[in-house]
Design a protein around this ligand. Structure first.
Ligand SMILES: Cc1ncc(COP(=O)(O)O)c(C=O)c1O
Length: 396
């Protein structure tokens, strides 16, 4: 088979791969604690499911406008206004098949062959791959764990060349849980405006935030940065709706029109039933959301406490539902004669010998870490952390 160069260059998603192995071990009857999960372990709230049933029963099952139902786009605009005092009109919104698809559409519309896209590492696995699929060039900035994996304005400026087109910001971040403060965002925004660099601001975890931190959208700083920014969000994480596949982008009207045209030839509109459900989701759900956030926070605190107790090095997360565990000091050690020489090997052997599934940092651009998700029960977290402690204590 003659596969395209573009196709050959794609690296499969490491998060999905690890999940698949863990599920396979479970199916074989083995007890596996799955720290690899990238979605809330909560059910979609009932009021949202009822909205979907109502949509189906009343025949709202046909094509919708490619850019999404007007009522949904209006609901999205209201959320931007209420949450971040951001003014968008429905023709500045495109609804897609999940936030991932929304990001892909932005890249398709903006990136020409050879354009550089700056991505801080550790990054969400799909960013560099999507950039490569658009024939762009990912330019990685290694964020310092001592600075909570946040990049500084001067680090950003140093990586800008005449080919730089776009910067990808993800706060709260996956896999780091990093949350940029308003001042930090202002610092980055000044550089981006000065060099006229577009921004994808992936804010999919905006509502999953702890330690009294507050989410700020970079677009809310001033009109200059707003005009350069494409905000990504969706219902996947906030409303535990990962399978419904509704995400969206807000930004410049002309660019949104191009993205809509691109989507019209690829997938047409997102699922009509899921769109009606998402519209209702966005208009409520505060109680369910605060319960979910409280539960995530309880688990996060427990994990941090235990990691301290076990002497495990980590970076304190302030958002999303992941913790980055440092594994650098275990490199060069072995278990049963098997050498740990990378985060992949650490994750593989931890799963093999102590039944804890995690995601190697290599896929996120930092081989000194593994990612642990706390979107799993507290009971499993307790057991899983004991397993990790036993594993590192048995390394020689
Ligand atoms: C940072 C980040 N952006 C985007 C997405 C994609 O979200 P969706 O499931 O809505 O496509 C994810 C999902 O894991 C994510 O972690």
């Amino acid at each position: 088979m003659e596969i395209s160069t573009r196709g050959k260059n794609v690296t499969p998603s490491s998060t999905l791969a690890m999940n698949a192995i863990a599920n396979q071990l479970k199916a074989e009857g083995k007890k596996v604690v799955n720290f690899g999960v990238g979605e809330p372990d909560f059910d979609t709230p009932l009021y949202i499911k009822e909205a979907a049933i109502h949509a189906m029963l009343t025949g709202l099952t046909k094509y919708t406008p490619v850019s999404g139902l007007l009522e949904l786009r209006q609901a999205i605009c209201s959320r931007f206004k209420n949450d971040y005092n951001l003014e968008y009109k429905p023709d500045e919104i495109l609804v897609s098949n999940g936030a991932k698809h929304a990001i892909f559409n932005v890249l398709q519309a903006l990136i020409d062959t050879g354009d550089e896209v700056i991505i801080p590492s550790p990054y969400w696995v799909s960013y560099p791959e999507m950039v490569k699929l658009c024939d762009g060039v990912p330019v990685i900035i290694n964020a310092d764990p001592k600075n909570d994996f946040k990049i500084t304005p001067s680090e950003l400026e140093k990586s800008i060349t005449e080919k730089t087109k776009l910067f990808i910001l993800n706060s709260p971040g996956n896999p780091t849980g990093t949350v940029y403060t308003l001042d930090e965002l202002k610092g980055l925004s000044d550089i981006l405006v000065k060099h006229k660099i577009y921004v994808i601001s992936d804010e999919i975890y905006d509502k999953l935030i702890y330690d009294g931190e507050k989410h700020h959208s970079i677009a809310s700083i001033n009109d200059e940065i707003k005009n350069l920014t494409f905000i990504i969000n969706g219902v996947s994480k906030t409303y535990a709706m990962t399978g419904w596949r509704i995400g969206y982008v807000a930004g410049n009207k002309e660019a949104i029109k191009i993205m809509t045209d691109i989507q019209s030839h690829a997938t047409s509109n997102a699922n009509s039933i899921a769109q009606y459900a998402a519209m209702i989701a966005l208009q409520g759900g505060e109680k369910e959301l605060s319960n979910m956030v409280a539960e995530f926070d309880k688990r996060r605190k427990y994990m941090i406490e235990k990691m301290e107790e076990y002497g495990i090095n980590y970076v304190r997360p302030k958002g999303a539902f992941y913790v980055m565990m440092n594994i650098a000091s275990y490199k060069g050690k072995s278990i049963n004669g098997e050498l740990i020489d990378s985060s992949d090997k650490f994750a593989e052997l931890l799963l093999k010998y102590n039944g804890a599934a995690t995601v190697a940092g290599s896929g996120f651009g930092n081989d000194n870490y593994i990612r642990l998700s706390y979107a799993t029960s507290l009971e499993d977290i307790k057991l899983g952390l004991e397993n990790i402690n036993n594993f590192i204590n048995s390394l020689r």
